[in-house]
Design a protein around this ligand. Structure first.
Ligand code: SF4
Length: 795
């Protein structure tokens, strides 16, 4: 591991040792931060993207007196934990390197923390045992909401409180934990040792820390962002790491699916709320009157947001700051309103597929039920107020109703960029009706717009984010820097190969028309057999979908191909079930470790393709069977493609090609996790041979696909692979210094060259300017203004 020590003085950086890609990456990052703009950067896998990013930004923070907070977003909890561990090591190193006492003190007073859900951070002995996240959230809220806490503190023992939450409340805000960098495991340990709640500790420390690392949703999903990230300062630096799927996260955060059981449960919850209102009317009617008075005054959310049961799902600039409309102010009126709305949704479950815009849905709703758009917009807010007034417990039981209210608010707020799709059957082959309401967001730029508007520097980065210009188009922003880095290697540590045909010269492809052709299936099978013979330890194979994988594996079984593979390696299969997959993965790793070797059959866009590394012996070859196009018959995808075409002039084929190639790159990128690692990347489909397809791959992969390697038959590919493995095992050539590893001298040389280049550029620009000025004079006819003014032009 290489650590970088960067001092971003006014004009240059000092780095002690790094690899060339890291240096270029940091230069571009610094340019972005200096310009307080946004950027899209693609850095090859395994070249230390996270450490470069953290090194530069932390140096930036420590150097400038206006400490800009770093908000670092990653996809999964293991990735968050990895980034925190990296930051911790970096800060230890910085402390070692600090020269003066003042510098040492500065490094010691640095705060870095990570946030994840209550489910991962709860230490309450009962609550933490719950398996579902929503249940943990609900039970925690029962113990920590403002009303319960007040009651419990006034009258100890009258209600159950959480001791860990109470203990935290006694501490001074901003000083809940000593300075330092804490991984999620560290915070849990600190919480247990000091008897304080780790979850609320992190939440309350967020305004005071230098770096916070959490998941994309905490910034992109307005329901969560409103509660968690509202107070983060505007000059913060936001980083979205592993952002190759950021458009999908944006879309998911504003889309809702409502199923029939959910609507039934929502209807039951409405009934329960109605009963509760009747009960309260008899015992404590003043509560409802108080709430009514507050709503009249427009005090929608005076309570502390920390324990809010739900937040407004719409984006900040779309929020209405008015009083809640009169016809839903009274609790019983609101209940009647909800009842009508849920009944309407239940009745909208025809046998036919239906697709409509929010506007036409609202019109139809009004015609049938007289429900107007304005009260519908306030549904989420009104429900939150009611739940708080009624002091409901077990809030997980009103989860479906909460979804319905969120849907109501969203559908009544947005006219453009959303579509309602009602599908009578859950899947295409289903015969029993199970209607699903998809309220789907089609425009990823809607969710990310407030992030770009609010924060001055947003960095979008990943190992595979090509083609880069697609992201600014889809997310509607203008980057100051947009760069993809090549990979410097002293020896080729990976070999990308495109197999277009089998040894029998039959073209192979996962195209719909030929994908089940026995010749194609057999050729795919023989690729796996041949590679399982020659590749040591682990092979990971990816298919475009579960359905396709199932049919191929069944066919391979019948053809005896699996038996053949078994002779050389064990076979494990990824399934949609997360637990099953993690068991398969564990055993796969065990088989790779003990020398038996294994093949893991998995799917693009599945769990394995995202965030799981197959470094060293866990992945010596990765085979991509077919091009992982999305299922184009999906109505949601069709609607999105139509929208992209109309709104942003992105053609269907352009988007589908981009999406397929980014997923293929993501899959094959799993095999290489560092410059000392090595592996084979096999693209098995004749369509990968096309130059336009390959151009969509990241530059660092594409640069190593030679003309010969882009159109191979299985036997040719095997010959090349054998040769590659022989070379890689015989020529260790660890000394990468000067080429793929720069010492301080190499860096200085590069800096000097860079300066020289800049001077030449500046000189050239000056010359151009002089020429332009000359041109201007000539443009005026060769006379200056004074001469022209004195000329007698009246001829
Ligand atoms: S306050 Fe913390 S420890 Fe207590 S239940 Fe909630 S998450 Fe768990």
């Amino acid at each position: 591991m290489i650590y970088l020590h960067v001092h971003p003085s006014q004009h240059e950086m000092q780095v002690t040792e790094c690899i060339p890609e890291q240096y270029a990456y940091m230069c571009d990052l610094k340019r972005t931060l200096d310009a307080t703009g946004h950027c899209v950067l693609e850095m090859p896998s395994g070249t230390g993207k996270t450490v470069s990013l953290l090194s530069l930004i932390v140096s930036y923070q420590q150097f400038y007196p206006t400490k800009r907070k770093l908000i670092y977003c990653s996809r999964t909890v293991p990735e968050i934990e990895k980034a925190l561990a990296e930051l911790k090591r970096l800060m230890e190193y910085r402390q070692e390197c600090a020269e003066t006492d003042e510098e040492k003190e500065k490094e010691r007073n640095f705060y870095g923390i990570g946030l994840t859900s209550r489910k991962n951070l709860c230490i309450h002995p009962e609550v933490s045992k719950e398996k579902k996240g929503v249940v943990v959230d609900a039970r925690c809220r029962d113990l920590t909401n403002a009303a319960v806490c007040e009651k419990g503190r006034q009258n100890p023992g009258s209600v159950e409180l959480c001791d860990w939450h109470e203990e935290l409340g006694k501490r001074e805000p901003g000083n809940l934990i000593p300075p330092g960098v804490y991984t999620l495991a560290d915070v849990l340990e600190y919480g247990r040792d000091n008897k304080v709640c780790p979850y609320f500790l992190v939440r309350r420390m967020m305004p005071f820390v230098d770096v916070v690392i959490y998941s994309f949703h905490y910034l992109l999903d307005p329901k969560v962002a409103e509660q968690v990230s509202k107070e983060l300062s505007k000059d913060a630096i936001v980083v979205f790491d592993e952002a190759h799927n950021i458009d999908n996260v944006c879309i998911e955060s504003l889309s809702i699916d409502l199923t029939r059981p959910m609507l039934d449960s929502a209807a039951r919850s409405v009934g329960r709320l109605g009963d509760k209102i009747e009960e309260i009317k008899k015992t404590d009617a003043s509560k409802l009157q108080d709430e009514y008075a507050k709503l009249v005054e427009g005090l929608q959310d005076a309570a502390d947001n920390e324990d809010a049961f739900m937040s407004n799902p719409v984006l900040p600039e779309d929020l209405l700051k008015e009083a809640i409309p009169g016809n839903i102010r009274k609790a019983e009126h609101f209940i009647a309103f909800l009842k009508r709305f849920v009944e309407y949704l239940k009745a909208c479950a025809p046998d036919l597929f239906l697709q409509e815009t929010p506007l036409s849905f609202l019109q139809h709703l009004k015609d049938i039920t007289y429900i107007e758009r304005r009260p519908l917009r306030f549904c989420a807010e009104r429900l939150q107020s009611l739940v708080r007034t009624l002091e409901l417990d077990r809030l997980d039981e009103v989860h479906s109703l909460q979804k319905v209210a969120t849907f109501a608010t969203l559908v009544a707020t947005y006219e453009r960029g959303f579509l309602l799709i009602l599908e009578p059957f859950e899947t295409d082959n289903a015969t029993v009706p199970n209607p699903i309401f998809h309220f789907t967001c089609l425009d990823p730029s809607i969710a990310i717009k407030p992030v770009f508007e609010r924060f001055s520097s947003v960095v979008i980065t990943s190992g595979t984010i090509s083609p880069l210009d697609m992201y600014p188009k889809m997310l509607q922003f203008t980057p100051v820097v947009q760069e993809s880095y090549s990979m410097t290697l002293t020896r080729n540590s990976f070999l990308p190969l495109v197999i277009t045909r089998g040894s029998d010269q039959v073209a192979i492809s996962s195209r719909f028309e030929v994908r089940n052709d026995p010749a194609v299936v057999r050729n795919f099978g023989s690729i796996l057999i041949e590679y399982s013979k020659i590749v040591p330890d682990g092979i990971v194979a990816f298919f475009p979908s579960y359905l396709y994988m199932e049919s191929i594996v069944a066919a391979w079984n019948d053809m005896g191909i699996l038996n053949e593979v078994w002779k050389h390696k064990l076979i494990f299969v990824e399934t949609p079930d997360a637990n099953e997959t993690s068991i398969a993965l564990e055993n796969y790793r065990r088989a790779c470790d003990n020398g038996r070797g294994a093949v893991l059959l998995s799917v693009a866009r599945g769990k394995v393709s995202e965030g799981i590394d197959f470094d060293h012996n866990y992945g010596r070859a990765v085979i991509m069977f077919g091009v992982p196009y999305q299922y184009t018959e999906s109505r949601i995808l069709k609607a999105r493609l139509e929208y992209l075409r109309d709104a942003y002039r992105i053609r269907e084929s352009e988007f589908l090609g981009f999406d397929a190639m980014r997923n293929a790159a993501q899959c094959v990128g799993r095999v290489l996790r560092g410059k000392t690692d090595w592996g084979l990347m096999v693209f098995a489909d004749k369509r990968f041979a096309r130059a336009d397809k390959r151009a969509k791959l990241p530059r660092w992969i594409n640069q190593y696909i030679t003309e010969t390697a882009s159109n191979l038959s299985t036997d040719m590919a095997i010959t090349l692979s054998k040769l590659f493995m022989r070379t890689i095992s015989q020529n260790p050539n660890e000394n990468q210094t000067g080429i793929s590893l720069w010492t301080i001298e190499d860096i200085e040389k590069a800096q000097a060259q860079q300066k020289e280049q800049q001077a030449i550029e500046a000189e050239r620009r000056r010359d151009d300017d002089v020429m332009d000025e000359d041109d201007d004079e000539y443009g005026n006819g060769g006379f200056d203004d004074e001469v022209l003014a004195n000329m007698d032009l009246d001829v």
